[in-house]
Design a protein around this ligand. Structure first.
Ligand code: FMN
Length: 316
């Protein structure tokens, strides 16, 4: 069994210590398990520049193509290989500005440049097992647990593969998590859950049930809501419409199974997304001449005038 972790907090900091507990939990079930993690702070990940070459290559059926940044000029490919070999992936992050740190998002943005990685993981039968955890220095952390589950889902293939998640507040100082045995125990338990889920999937071909906090949305377990101008309420991660009642002055949110099947992450939503991308590109192709004329006539020179020349850096 290979369990691979991703960290992005301080070296030997809270999240690295918590990841170590997760791996101890894995080893308690599978003493010979291959357990390791990469801290993204040790890596060099080139930012995605949005060239869309990887998307175009995939549409052409070229799954060998890797990002123009290459396999050896950037650590994305190294991590991709770890993920490919893993039975389970554990993703961790401290809150930075209520969200995971930019380095984690920078890494996630490169996922399209991972050849057939998505194709070999995006399905309930073929996904990997995943789990995630996050912490904050205070309780300024509303988005992060939701985003963490979404990142984990992207890395393991589908939400069905995400079997556990946990979040803890009020841990600002370096290494102070060692003072909180409850947090450490919960991390160890996450490792046990992950190892059991890998074994369960190997034995039955099925995904273990989700063991984290249920949240509001039955699909992604988010506890966030979006309200549109007409007062309709949605899970903002899944774009699924909720039914809302007020009971004893409190909101009671529910989602029908039909609505949940239309989650943007379910096969229905994924197809709709692909169709919408294709529709957008078709509209651009039809309007290609007009786009060219308008940009040349109205924007090219103006943008050139506005975009600042940033100074060259002496030392990077
Ligand atoms: C740039 C930056 C932004 C932060 N933003 C938040 C925040 O929005 N909410 C919060 O609760 N903690 C925030 N923190 C605190 C960290 O989440 C906290 O220090 C955590 O313990 C770091 O984990 P680590 O030891 O694994 O690096 C921030 C820290 C940094 C460095």
């Amino acid at each position: 069994m290979k369990v691979f972790g991703l960290c992005c907090g301080r070296k030997n900091g809270n999240t690295e210590i918590m990841m170590a507990e997760v791996m101890k939990g894995v080893r308690s079930i599978e003493p010979q398990a291959d357990v390791s993690f990469v801290n993204l702070q040790d890596t060099h990940i080139q930012a995605c520049v949005g060239c869309e070459t990887c998307m175009k290559k995939k549409i052409e059926g070229d799954y060998e193509f890797r990002c123009v940044h290459g396999v050896d000029k950037d650590h994305f490919h190294f991590i991709e290989m770890q993920m490919r070999a893993a039975d389970a992936i554990v993703v961790s992050a401290p809150a930075y500005n209520l969200m995971p740190p930019g380095i984690m998002i920078k890494f996630l943005n490169k996922l399209h440049a991972s050849g057939d990685y998505r194709r070999i993981t995006q399905g309930v039968d073929i996904c990997k097992v995943g789990a995630c955890f996050s912490i904050g220095g205070t309780d300024w952390t509303d988005y992060i647990p939701n985003i963490m589950r979404m990142i984990t889902m992207e890395l393991v293939g589908v939400y069905d593969g995400v079997v556990d998640s946990a979040h803890f507040d009020f841990l600002p100082a370096y290494q102070m998590v060692v003072l909180d045995q409850k947090v450490l125990d919960r991390m160890y338990e996450m490792g046990v859950h992950v190892a059991n889920a890998v074994n369960y999937k190997k034995e039955t071909g099925k995904n273990a049930a989700f063991m984290g906090p249920e949240g509001i949305c039955g699909y992604c377990h988010s506890n966030l809501l979006r309200v549109d101008a007409e007062g309709n309420v949605y899970c903002p991660q899944c774009n699924v419409k909720a039914s809302v009642e007020v009971q004893d002055g409190k909101l009671k949110i529910s989602f029908t199974d039909e609505a949940l099947e239309k989650s943007r992450w379910a096969p229905y939503g994924q197809q709709l997304h692909m169709d919408n991308i294709a529709k957008g590109h078709k509209a651009a192709a039809i309007g290609a001449e007009k786009i060219k004329e308008s940009v040349a006539g109205n924007y090219k020179d103006l943008i050139k005038e506005l975009r600042m020349q940033v100074p060259a850096l002496i030392k990077q």
